[in-house]
Ligand binder design. Sequence first.
Ligand SMILES: [Zn+2]
Ligand SMILES: [Zn+2]
Length: 141
Amino acid sequence: MKAIEELIGLKIERCPECKCPVGDDWDYKDYSGRCIVICPQCSHEISLFPPPEIKNLKFICPKCNKDILECCEDTAFVSSSIKFIDESGDFEYGEVTVHDGIVCRFQCLYCGYILKDKDEKNIDENLEVVEWLKKNCKQEK
Ligand SMILES: [Zn+2]
Ligand SMILES: [Zn+2]
């Protein structure tokens, strides 16, 4: 596909910079990706696939209206196998394993309001938090 066809397809008929009309001499900047076309007049670059806008989401606590969300983790814990169990209660322990902390909940820093999903389970995944914020907090357009 030629650059001009793609631009016309996207309803870009002129260079946004120098306003010269799109023509046959317009070309891709990079043939492998084919996502940027360069204006032959002013070398302005036009992106054919603008990256989707990523918005920052805001947290507003439904309980206290403050806006800082906190991620709580179970603190790292240590476990070890027991090698010998002495009947006097003097156990001998084997290798000690340290487990990483895992996220267990997201909550309001101020009042401890915990984010829950529709099944009333604590939300523990980032994408679930995103969903929750979109649903429960008013976001700026
Ligand atoms: Zn131009
Ligand atoms: Zn709160």
